[in-house]
Design a protein around this ligand. Structure first.
Ligand code: AMP
Length: 586
């Protein structure tokens, strides 16, 4: 073993689900993974049944499914039995509203219990669940509701009033807005009180007999150009959620599990709702935002066994230092995993030193629906590596030529694009209304991920970067085009180019360069105004943190903004290949 590798514990607190990687890989079959679930009579499959009803009808009825910790001191435990009834009620509300199978139910809310009930109840109904990030501004919200043809939106009175009310005219298909009111709060005009509807609904509404291929989830993701892409997932994805939860997160039914990802993004759904419940564990939901003292308190007091978090959060904890940990006993914590952006080796080493458990990086993306590559509990960690392809997943490094041919690179250590052999159960089934884009994501039986990686001689994958210009900031994927479009709506701006610049904590932050309209002068006031304009339209999660001015945007001869060049110039880096630059050499 390499000297920098971190060995798995010689005497683990609990025997991992996978004790030997090679054996598990050789023995693995998706049919067996399917058999580990219940299924529905006649070959049906439904995510909510596997996550909730299966346990509620069995011996785990009284077991706590969700432990919700309110922003202040409130808390609520929801058993599997209660969750089965609540989700039936939500499904029955959808019936009463005339929402049919595969119609879209969106959620825009913080981490409140109603969000989890809505997600699972939608799946129970056989409708499609689509989460939105509550820190989105009105523009990304409107665009996604429009593209997804939202029929129902579940939100809160505050978010509705601030972000959605003014958009209603743009959204004629959005028939019902259901709001989760706090005590004493009234539903705003144009919305209905969710609690009232739930109280009148049927707590025994059975699971819709969905088929494995039926559409279940819609997750928007971003590309370099064009509108957000709606990745469609089928109920069959639950096979991967369950299997990868066991293999990559080492989830056991007795575990208390905490995923800190927001349910507005894919991790917060696949692993912040579905996977832990499928395994019968207790999942924690913390309504509050990041706070080191609070987080250590939760890890210690709630006796968290498995913690799934993100590099940005770990870097923030590392920066704050060990002090807030004092007095908190993390003795119950058995396994730490991290996802979403590169996890720097120093953070892995630091987690190992401070918590006596290293963070296990893993890799996946919206399109893959579940974890594909992971550092496993039974194997050493090579800090900086994303780990090994999970059993059942065939991953390769490939070279994609301009003519579309794909060549698998067998030599270790050579950089190329990460490709996955198509056909795993949680593979996305389409980009909503963009079949050509979907077709272009595959070649010769491989799904091409857009990520550049290297694989070492032992099969460990190492992240290198993205092939395209998307920006990962604090784990959130941002499409530059979406930001540029909004900036160009400002009367002072003629054109905008958006790219990511390195940031010690968030990995990258969003920066824009704008060209001004003739006669407009660049002043600190205009800069402030543009920052505020972008923030109010896009929300703090998406808006640029820096905006600069430039005379001309570098473009290819076909008119595409060369964001890489903008970024290189901004950072004073080598400019690379500029042969396609429209206005010749700079
Ligand atoms: P999303 O679809 O928003 O989940 O973003 C997926 C992208 O995040 C991937 O294509 C990668 O570029 C990046 N990503 C996810 N996990 C990792 C990881 N462990 N290391 C580096 N990048 C990652």
């Amino acid at each position: 073993m390499d000297s920098s590798a971190i060995a798995p514990p010689a005497a683990p607190a609990r025997t991992p689900n996978v004790t030997d990687y090679d054996t598990a890989r050789a023995a693995f079959s998706w049919d067996e993974a399917r058999d580990a679930l219940d299924g529905l009579p006649g070959g049906g499959l439904n995510i909510c049944h596997e996550a909730v009803d299966r346990h509620a009808h069995g011996t785990r009825r009284e077991h706590t499914a969700i432990r919700w910790l309110g922003r202040r001191s409130s808390r609520r435990d929801i058993s599997y039995g209660e969750l089965a009834e609540l989700t039936s009620r939500f499904a029955s509300v959808l019936d009463d509203l005339g929402v049919g199978r595969e119609e879209r139910v969106f959620a825009l809310a913080g981490r409140i219990p109603e969000l989890y009930v809505a997600a699972l109840g939608t799946l129970k109904r056989g409708a499609v669940f689509c989460p939105l990030f509550s820190a989105f501004g009105p523009e990304p919200i409107a665009q996604r509701l429009e593209l997804g043809d939202a029929r129902v939106l579940v939100t809160t009175p505050r978010l509705y009033t601030r972000k959605v009310a003014a958009l209603r005219e743009r959204l004629p298909g959005l028939r019902h807005v259901l709001v989760a009111c706090r005590p004493g709060e009234a539903p705003p005009e144009g919305t209905r009180d969710l609690a009232e509807l739930l109280a009148m609904a049927d707590p025994q509404r059975p699971v819709e007999p969905t088929r494995p291929e039926d559409w279940a989830l819609l997750h928007f993701t971003s590309g370099t150009t064009g509108r957000p892409k709606g990745a469609q997932h089928a109920h069959e994805a639950v096979v991967v959620h369950h299997a990868s939860g066991r293999m990559a997160l080492d989830l056991h039914p007795e575990d208390v599990y905490w995923c800190t990802a927001d349910p507005g993004w894919v991790t917060g759904t696949s692993y912040g709702i579905i996977a832990p419940l499928c395994s019968g564990a207790t999942m924690l939901v913390d309504e509050a935002e990041f706070d080191a003292e609070r987080w250590y308190g939760i890890l210690a007091d709630e006796r968290v066994n498995v913690w799934y978090t993100a590099p940005t959060a770990l870097r923030m904890l590392m920066r704050i230092g060990a002090e807030p940990l004092a007095g908190h006993d993390l003795g119950a914590l058995r396994f730490i995993a991290s996802v979403g952006e590169p996890l720097n080796p120093e953070v892995v080493v630091w987690t190992d030193q401070l918590y006596h458990r290293p963070a296990h990086d893993n890799w996946w993306q919206t399109e893959t629906g579940g974890i594909m590559i992971a550092n496993l509990a039974c194997r050493e960690i090579r800090p900086g590596s994303m780990g090994l392809a999970l059993p059942g997943i065939d991953a390769a490094v490939v070279d994609r030529a301009r003519d579309g041919t794909v060549r698998v690179i067998d030599e270790p250590g050579v950089e190329g694009e990460l490709a996955l052999r198509a056909g795993w159960p949680s593979m996305f089934r389409g980009y909503l209304d963009q079949p050509e884009l979907y077709a272009r994501a595959f070649a010769h039986g491989w799904y091409l991920t857009g990520d550049l990686v290297r694989r070492d001689a032992d099969g460990f994958f190492w992240f290198v970067g993205r092939r395209d210009d998307v920006i990962k900031t604090a784990g959130h994927l941002i499409g530059p085009f979406e930001v540029e479009s909004v900036l160009m709506e400002h009367e002072a701006v003629a054109e905008a180019g958006v790219f990511g610049i390195p940031d010690e904590v968030a990995g990258q932050i969003v920066k824009a360069q704008v060209c001004l309209n003739p006669g407009v002068a660049w002043t600190p006031e205009l800069q402030r105004e543009l920052l505020g304009f972008a923030r109010s339209r896009l929300g703090p999660a998406v808006a640029p943190r820096h905006i600069g001015v430039i005379d001309d945007l570098p473009k290819t001869r076909s008119g595409k903004i060369m964001r890489r060049l903008l970024r290189a110039r901004d950072l004073g880096l080598p400019e690379g290949d500029v042969s396609t630059l429209e206005n010749g050499t700079p």
